[in-house]
Design a protein around this ligand. Sequence first.
Ligand code: UT7
Length: 333
Amino acid sequence: MIRRAIISGIGHYVPPQVVTNFDLEKIMNTSDEWIQQRSGIQTRRYAENGIGSSDLAYEAALKAIENAGLDKSEIDFIIAATISPDHYFPGIGVMIQARLGLPGIGALDVRNQCSGFIYALSVADQYIRTGTYKKILLCAAEVQSHSMDYSDEGRDLAVLFGDGGAAVILEPHADDDGRGILSTHLFADGRFVKDLWMENPSSKKKPTFTAQMFAEGTFFPRMDGKNVFKNASERMPEAVELALRHNGLTIHDVSLLIPHQANDRISQMVARKLQIPIEKVARNIDRFGNTTAASIPIALDEAVKNGRVKIGDIIVLTAFGSGYTWASAVIRW
Ligand code: UT7
């Protein structure tokens, strides 16, 4: 019998402050019409000053632990995915561990941007399959709003991003009923690092952060939006097709496709290319914006809680983002 990993608990947490496109119009040179037409986003959540990604991850973790019916002391490993850690180092895995009061257990940080959740899921899946760990807490959380450039130079990115966190519990599945994570496929192409990156602070520079970097705004994320858009629309369908072939499935077997949501136009193109009805694609970017590593598990949690996912359903996840990195995963729920 194959020992598969199963998601036994899930939860998400977004900060309470809702920021509309009209709110953004007041602080930057943009419009509700532009944002909705180009991205489908209407609102996003912003964390208040003093709240970091570890705080959102912690709140989501509590919900996932409760949803799994676990006592937190049963967790034997933590994986955290974020590109917006509270501090340059250490990562947020140890901060989540400390707040949960679980000293001693390992805490691993994954930095794979928008693909971070699937990369982290892949790592957790291997640990469960090999029997290394039995109850893994996987958190994905981002506070992006604190690092955006709200000037004309950064407005393409600033309007897209939102803050949020989600968490899942992974355990070995005891029954031989075909449920669990069937596969994960990970990809990267580092030739495109500069298409979406935050150049500074940088360990290449001495000192790593200077007044000049601050003055020139090179500590803000920058993106070649058109190239990222084009590659996202092509790589995600490819990754899904490969994953389905690998499992002997077709797109008709898929109950729910959860793409990383960077832009609703990308999700629509992915659906068109895969010829999957748009009703089978998870879409909540209108309310949350692009929450980077957290977008897939937030959408998954909403789908589960809304009854959109039933036992035995085939769910396919796919992501694309900075690096470039991209990925897919197939789960029989
Ligand atoms: O999560 C990681 C992966 N990220 C993504 O996948 C994002 C991929 N890229 C995109 O979603 C799109 O490229 C954007 C939504 C970022 C931009 O859409 P676009 O259709 O590619 O617009 P553009 O960059 O070609 O900009 C068109 C115009 C420009 O003005 P000019 O040069 O035509 O006068 C921009 O300066 O829109 C302007 N613009 C804005 N206007 C109002 C750019 N950002 C804004 C803004 N508000 N926020």
